[in-house]
Write a protein that binds this ligand. Structure first.
Ligand SMILES: *Cc1c(COP(=O)(O)O)cnc(C)c1O
Length: 791
């Protein structure tokens, strides 16, 4: 398609879809017209993919995820169909700024963080590889909250309204609607059981096509919206009960109203359980409908259907699939269990006990009475088959969804090499001993189309000019950059790319936050959700210690730094919100200090999301991956940074281990205890206080907070943080502090040899192509799904 043809398509949509002529078109109209013109280009590969899959009777993947953190779709789609230049030309020719049009699209924040972003990167890779697949999730009316900061520096949360304007990408599918029941009773009749739910809602499908690289294939993201069975109670209305008349609607819609804004604690809320069942049950019904339209023998299901459970959120898929096969379609129970298991895979994302979902048996029995019976029966069958087992699904009146998922999946995977070993040796050690072939590792990845090609066009051009075309879907080819990295010319160009990205970011920080930052300083970036295990407080303590020493001795040869933070805290996570509060006030005080103004600036732009990540990562020099070892399952932010030529300061945690192996230890700033050492160190009750006593710098930093230096003299303000550090410090911030400080000074030293820094940064980019999510998806296709690519 040429720019002229695209221009015609845009004008057609302006006129016939938006009902506007060019003279009166708003930015929104232009964005919608461009979206629809691009969407039109995706229909052909989308239909082709559907037809080819039906014709080949191919197996399909169904990726069930509570979260899809897709961000904006327009630029990515334009890139994938190869129309970037044409779109730029067409939009400019119609009198609009192309970037303004792209920036008009809301960021679809249907996820919390890494787990949801992984699902989005997987959709991109499955389409790129021609793996027939559906993503199934919830069409939340309000995605993750919008974050701002109050005048005192505290986090403020507002509802995100991404659907207020029409969103353009999706197709509503009223014909694909399923009735999803809750509660009620079970009647046993002979060998089967009949569940009669007490109430029900409708799940209605909304499809978004997800096109792969070069537009060869497109899969479907099918999100379910909840609707009432009966929208409006006219009888109540006629009696004058206007609120009551709308009650059924309000009740049903709450199910797809909000995304729970916390991925690190399982709260056991009834609405959450209903959400999980809602989207899982609708998806399974859709899957069986598609299967039975082509096949009649349900035992063939595993040869046509691979269902992946992204964490335990869709774990009810096991019991529900058994129920559909046994109760509703007459398969013997044992056979239904085996058939379901052969279809199901389970990805574990965390070892933290507070994040492993458990539901009280009474709640489960109330909301899903038949499923509770099935779970009991699965647990009994498993106990009988493994009389020596120590773990069970049901324990202390609770249903443990991790154990249920493990027992109901034919493969269980961890998300990095270290994490998978810990899955085997800790949470699932007993089940692993009984089923030694079940656990496999699939180290996470990220899509290079969005995270390099789209986010970093300058670097992409340099890569293409150096190694030629075609690296975007063969990212291992980045190693071909290595010989060039040894030339001064390439290093100068690589440094110029970084400098230009930093200049763009500095300008954005200036205009959006009113803070001027030195674009020649080191951009030191920690962006991720706020959690004590991710240790943003370790970073801010080091920042305070650094600032104190800079004031003492400004001429000591410090590397000038801009410390950039980004991330949201769950609204109920008080400690994480206090850390946010502290960072904002450290920024206020440090940035006002004229003595250190040239050496240190702290910036914390609010409302971190995918779009902001795309802006910050290409401009980063240093990537902060400083979690307590053993706690970060993988991380994917770490991969995005390395691929964009940032050096990592990090612990031996999650995929950091594999990043360091690939880039070489000389190109990675390692610090801190290992996972084993952390466990050992915690055995000493004074591990924090002794670390503080032995570190004058840490002592000074904590005392500065306690003296009210960042709270206008209020000594009590941050007591929650400092007392926790002194007394408990489960995440071993204190014990790792000196090691972190020392690593930061090695970073300073390295920074002053700028050409060598550039060399190290470029080697990071060249050696981390393995972290393409294409590689990850190929692993799932081979090890778990048993599916071959269709292109
Ligand atoms: C990649 C990404 C994450 C995951 O970051 P981690 O550092 O791995 O926790 C979270 N949020 C957004 C918006 C991302 O793009």
């Amino acid at each position: 398609m040429t720019a002229t043809e695209l221009r015609e398509a845009i004008l057609r949509h302006l006129e016939f879809s938006q009902g506007k002529d060019l003279a009166h078109a708003s930015l929104y109209d232009m964005r919608m017209a461009l979206t629809l013109a691009i969407r039109d280009r995706i229909i052909e590969p989308w239909f082709h993919a559907t037809r080819a899959t039906y014709a080949a009777q191919s197996k399909r993947v169904y990726y069930l995820s509570m979260e899809f953190l897709i961000g904006r779709l327009l630029e990515d789609a334009i890139l994938n169909v190869g129309l970037t230049e044409a779109a730029h030309e067409a939009v400019s020719g119609l009198g609009f700024d192309f970037r303004d049009v792209l920036n008009d699209e809301p960021d679809a924040a249907l996820g919390n963080g890494g787990l949801g972003r992984l699902a989005a990167c997987f959709l991109d890779s499955m389409s790129t590889l021609g793996c027939p697949a559906y993503g199934y999730g919830i069409r939340y009316e309000h995605g993750l909250f919008r974050q701002s900061f109050g005048p005192d520096g505290r986090q403020v949360e507002d509802a995100e309204d991404w659907l207020r304007q029409s969103h353009g990408w999706e197709f509503e599918r009223p014909e694909a609607s399923f009735r999803i029941g809750f509660g009620g009773s079970v009647a046993e009749s002979g060998r089967s059981a009949v569940w009669t739910p007490e109430n029900a809602v409708m799940a209605k499908a909304y499809d978004t096509p997800i096109v792969g690289w070069q537009g060869k294939w497109a899969n479907t993201l099918r999100l379910w919206g909840a609707e009432p069975l009966r929208a409006f109670d006219l009888a109540a209305f006629n009696k004058g009960d206007f609120t009551g008349a709308a009650a059924p609607e309000a009740l049903a819609r709450t199910i797809s109203r909000v995304l729970y804004p916390d991925d690190t604690t399982a709260q056991g809320k009834e609405l959450r359980l209903k959400q999980e069942f809602f989207f899982t049950a609708a998806s399974l019904r859709d899957i069986l409908r598609r299967f039975t339209s082509e096949h009649s023998d349900l035992r063939a299901l595993p040869s046509r259907v691979a269902i992946q459970m992204n964490d335990t959120h869709p774990a009810i898929a096991g019991p529900e699939l058994i129920r559909l096969l046994a109760d509703e379609r007459g398969l013997p129970f044992e056979e239904a269990v085996d058939t379901a298991r052969a279809c199901l895979g389970y990805t574990n994302h965390t070892l933290m006990p507070e994040a492993l979902e458990r539901w009280s048996e009474s709640l489960m029995a109330e909301v899903l009475p038949r499923h509770m019976q099935i779970i009991e029966r699965i647990d009994e069958m498993h106990a009988k088959a493994h009389p020596t087992r120590k773990s069970s699904i049901l324990e202390n009146g609770e249903v443990k969804m991790g154990e249920l998922s493990f027992i109901m999946a034919h493969r269980v995977n961890g998300v990095s090499a270290l994490h998978t070993e810990l899955v085997k040796s800790t949470v699932f050690s007993d089940l692993h001993a009984l089923h030694p072939d079940r656990i496999v590792n699939e180290t996470n990845g990220v899509t290079p189309r969005r995270w390099i090609k789209g986010a970093n066009p300058r670097l992409s051009s340099l890569i293409t000019e150096t190694i030629g075309e075609g690296w975007e879907d063969h990212l291992e080819r980045l190693t071909e950059l290595e010989p060039a990295i040894e030339t001064q010319e390439f290093r100068d160009r690589f440094a110029a790319v970084k400098a230009a990205n930093k200049a763009d970011l500095a300008e954005w920080i200036g205009t959006t936050m009113g803070i001027s930052v030195n674009p020649d300083a080191m951009f030191d970036v920690q962006i991720k959700r706020f959690h004590e295990y991710k240790r943003q407080h370790l970073n801010i303590l080091e920042t305070i210690a650094l600032w104190l020493e800079m004031r003492e001795n400004p001429k000591a040869g410090w590397a000038p730094r801009v410390k950039i933070f980004g991330g949201k805290a769950a609204p109920g996570y008080v400690m994480a919100k206090e850390i946010i509060h502290l960072i904002n006030n450290v920024a206020r005080v440090v940035n006002a200090d004229k003595a250190t103004r040239e050496l240190l600036t702290v910036v914390y732009p609010p409302n971190y999301n995918v779009t902001m990540a795309e802006k910050l990562i290409p401009a980063a020099d240093l990537s902060e991956q400083i979690s307590t070892a053993g706690k970060e399952a993988s991380g994917t932010g770490n991969m995005k940074f390395s691929l964009n030529g940032a050096l990592t300061i990090g612990t031996l945690d999650g995929a950091n281990v594999e990043i360091r192996d690939l880039v070489g230890e000389e190109n990675f700033f390692l610090f801190g205890m290992t996972a084993d050492e952390v466990v050992e160190r915690r055995r000493h009750p004074d591990h924090a206080s002794s670390a503080i006593a032995e570190s004058p710098r840490l002592t000074a930093a904590i005392e500065a907070i306690e003296a009210g230096m960042f709270s206008n003299g209020d000594k009590a303000m941050y007591r929650m943080i400092t007392q926790n550090l002194r007394a408990h410090d489960y995440f071993t911030v204190c014990a790792d502090f000196d090691s972190y400080w020392d690593a930061q000074r090695r970073v300073d030293t390295a920074w002053f040899d700028r050409d060598n820094w550039t060399r190290m940064a470029a080697l990071n980019a060249a050696r981390t192509g393995w972290f393409s999510s294409d590689r990850t998806i190929k692993g799932y296709m081979g090890d778990i799904w048993n599916i071959s690519p269709m292109i």
